[in-house]
Design a binder for this molecule. Structure first.
Ligand SMILES: Cc1cc2nc3c(=O)[nH]c(=O)nc-3n(C[C@H](O)[C@H](O)[C@H](O)COP(=O)(O)OP(=O)(O)OC[C@H]3O[C@@H](n4cnc5c(N)ncnc54)[C@H](O)[C@@H]3O)c2cc1C
Length: 503
C-alpha cells in the first residue's frame, strides 16, 4: 500500500501541467506513469526504426468499429505523446469556444471562453518556450503579451512559398513552435522532429518542460512502469479512495484524498469504464453516459507537393501555417480548417504507408516534395466510442464527421499548391490507427446530464476526481491540441491549489 496527498495518473500534457502547478504546494504528489523514460539513442532519428519497425509504438492491438484488429499509434513514455509531437503550439481561436455550425452539425460551445484560458495560454507558452510572431494571422485571438521567442525564420524554399502566398492576398504566418531553435539553442536541425523523439532534448516536450521541473520539488515523486488498472470508490460510490496499479508485475493499491486522471483521452475513458462497480455499472464519472462517447480526432490529410526540378533541402520545415480557410470568408463562408507544414517526409515513412511502392519511387518523391498537413474539425458524435473489451483490449468506433468539408479543404489546398508551382500534389488522409489528436471522451460541460466534468474538469459524480487530459474537450476545433490541454491543466492546477485543504 502506498499513500500520497495527490495522485496524478499519466505524465503527459494534462498530468504534467497539474504536477508543475501543484509542485510548490508541499502536498505529497505521486505521479503514476505506465511507461518509462524514453532512451536517447541513435534510433530516435531513424525513420526506418520509428516508422517501419515501429520501435516506440505501444504493442497494443485494438479493434475498429467493424471488429478488425489494428495497432494504434499510441506511445507510453514519461511526457506522453509530446515525446513524438511536432511542436506546433497553437491557441484555439475565440470562436472555437463558441457553438459553430458545420455541414454535419454543430460544434458545441465550451463552458469556458477564450478569455478564461488566455492567462494560462500565456503561461504555457512561457513554460514550453514557444517561438512565434503575433499579428500576421487574422484569426488570431487577442494576446496579453508577445511570444516568449521570436518566430523561427523560414528556410529559403519555405520563405519563397510564404512570399508567394502573401502575393496572392493570403495571410501566411509563422507557425508557433516549441523547439529550442534560436541562436544558442540546442536544436541541431536534424530534420526529424514531427513524429520522432528528440535525440538532443531540444523539443519543448512535457518531460523536460513540466515533469522534470516538478520533480525538483522533494514532495513530488514519479513512479514509472505503473499502469493504473482501476479506480476504487468508498462504499457510497462517491469519493475515489484508491487506485489499483500494476507495478513491476505486482498489484499495488495507492490511496489518496485527491486523484487527477490524465492518461490521455482514450485511456482515461477506458480506465473509468473499467472501474465500473455496482453503484456505477456504466463506469465512474458516467451518470451522463458520456464517458467513452464523443471521441474526436481531427480530419487530417498529408499532402506532398512535388517539385521535379528542385531538391527540397529544408531541414526544419515547420515554420509556415495558413488560416485563411479556417472560418471561411464572404457570403458562402464555410469553416474548412487549417493548413500547416508537416515535418519532412522520408522514404521509410512513405514505405510504411504504401509497402508496395518501390524504394526508388519513394526516394525520388521525398527528395522533391514539400510536405503539408490539412486539418479540419471533427464533430462530437454520441456513437463515436472507445469501449473496453473483456480480454483487456479496446474497440474504437470512430464515427467520422465533416469528411466532405475536409475533402473541400484538401481540394482547395491542392489548387493552391498548384498555383504556387507544384505540378503534382499527392494527398492521403490519416486513419483510425493515428489517434494523435484524440479528445472528447470525458467531456466537460455546464450540464451534468450531458457531460462528465464541470468547467474545472472536476467529475460531477466524484468530488475528489479531476480529469485533465484532452478528453475534456467538448469540441476539437481544427488546431493542434497540446497548448490548450496545457493551459487548462494550469488553470485547474491553480483552482485545486487554492482549495487543497478541502479534499
Ligand atoms: C506523432 C504526434 C504528433 C503530434 N504533434 C502535435 C503538435 O505538433 N502539436 C500539438 O498540439 N499536438 C500534437 N500532438 C498531440 C499531442 O501530443 C496530444 O494532444 C497531447 O500529448 C495530449 O495530452 P494528454 O495529456 O491528453 O495525453 P498524453 O500526452 O498522451 O499523456 C497521457 C499519459 O498517460 C499515460 N498513461 C496512459 N494510460 C495510463 C494508465 N492506465 N496508467 C498510468 N499512465 C497511463 C501515458 O503513457 C502518457 O504518458 C501529436 C501527437 C502525436 C502522436
Amino acid at each position: 500500500m502506498v499513500d500520497a496527498d495527490i495522485v496524478i495518473i499519466g505524465s503527459g500534457v494534462g498530468g504534467g501541467a497539474m504536477a508543475r502547478s501543484l509542485a510548490g504546494s508541499g502536498a505529497r504528489i505521486l505521479i503514476l506513469e505506465r511507461g518509462e523514460r524514453l532512451p536517447r539513442e541513435p534510433q530516435n532519428t531513424d525513420a526506418e526504426a520509428v516508422f517501419v519497425q515501429r520501435r516506440y509504438r505501444a504493442p497494443e492491438r485494438w479493434l475498429d468499429g467493424a471488429g478488425q484488429p489494428f495497432q494504434p499509434g499510441q506511445y507510453y513514455y514519461v511526457g506522453g505523446h509530446t515525446k513524438f509531437y511536432g511542436t506546433a503550439m497553437f491557441r484555439f481561436r475565440e470562436r472555437d469556444f463558441e457553438a459553430t455550425e458545420h455541414a454535419d452539425g454543430i460544434s458545441p460551445a465550451w463552458p469556458i471562453r477564450y478569455a478564461d484560458l488566455e492567462p494560462y495560454y500565456a503561461e504555457a507558452e512561457q513554460i514550453f518556450g514557444v517561438h512565434g510572431q503575433a499579428g500576421l494571422d487574422p484569426t488570431e485571438p487577442p494576446r496579453s503579451g508577445a511570444y516568449p521567442h521570436a518566430a523561427i525564420p523560414h528556410e529559403p524554399l519555405i520563405g519563397k512559398l510564404a512570399a508567394q502566398l502573401a502575393g496572392q492576398g493570403l495571410h501566411p504566418f509563422h507557425m508557433p513552435s516549441a523547439v529550442d531553435l534560436h541562436p544558442g539553442g540546442s536544436c541541431v536541425r536534424c530534420g526529424t522532429c514531427d513524429a520522432f523523439p528528440c535525440a538532443v532534448g531540444a523539443k519543448g516536450d512535457v518531460e523536460t518542460r513540466l515533469i522534470d521541473p516538478a520533480l525538483l520539488h522533494p514532495n513530488v515523486t514519479l513512479q514509472t512502469g505503473s499502469q493504473v488498472l482501476r479506480l476504487l470508490t468508498d462504499a457510497r460510490g462517491q469519493r475515489i479512495v484508491a487506485a489499483e496499479v500494476m507495478h513491476q508485475g505486482q498489484l499495488q493499491t495507492v490511496r489518496a484524498p485527491l486523484f487527477i486522471l490524465s492518461a490521455g483521452a482514450i485511456n482515461s475513458a477506458l480506465l473509468l469504464q473499467r472501474s465500473a462497480s455496482a453503484q456505477h455499472p456504466r463506469g465512474l464519472a458516467n451518470s451522463s453516459d458520456s464517458v467513452g462517447r464523443y471521441y474526436m480526432n481531427h480530419n487530417t490529410s498529408c499532402l506532398m507537393g512535388l517539385l521535379p526540378g528542385t531538391v527540397n533541402a529544408t531541414r526544419f520545415t515547420k515554420t509556415l501555417a495558413l488560416n485563411d480557410f479556417y472560418f471561411g470568408s464572404g457570403a458562402a463562408a464555410e469553416a474548412l480548417g487549417h493548413i500547416q507544414m508537416l515535418g519532412n517526409i522520408q522514404e521509410p515513412m512513405v514505405r510504411s504507408a504504401m509497402p508496395l511502392l518501390p524504394h526508388w519511387a519513394g526516394r525520388l518523391m521525398t527528395r522533391h516534395s514539400v510536405d503539408w498537413l490539412a486539418m479540419s474539425e471533427d464533430l462530437p458524435h454520441c456513437d463515436s466510442t472507445i469501449r473496453p473489451l473483456a480480454d483487456g483490449g479496446a474497440q474504437l468506433h470512430w464515427q467520422r464527421t465533416n469528411m466532405a468539408t475536409h475533402g473541400r479543404l484538401v481540394a482547395r489546398t491542392k489548387a493552391l499548391l498548384r498555383s504556387l508551382g507544384f505540378p503534382l500534389v499527392l494527398s492521403r488522409p490519416f486513419g483510425l490507427d493515428t489517434p494523435s489528436h484524440q479528445c472528447g471522451t470525458v467531456r466537460m460541460g455546464a450540464d451534468p446530464a450531458q457531460a462528465a466534468l464541470d468547467p474545472w474538469c472536476r467529475a460531477y459524480d466524484h468530488p475528489n476526481l479531476f480529469v485533465v487530459d484532452a478528453s475534456f474537450f467538448p469540441s476539437s476545433a481544427a488546431l493542434n491540441p497540446a497548448l490548450t490541454v496545457a493551459a487548462q491543466g494550469l488553470r485547474v492546477g491553480e483552482y485545486v491549489r487554492k482549495q487543497l485543504h478541502t479534499f
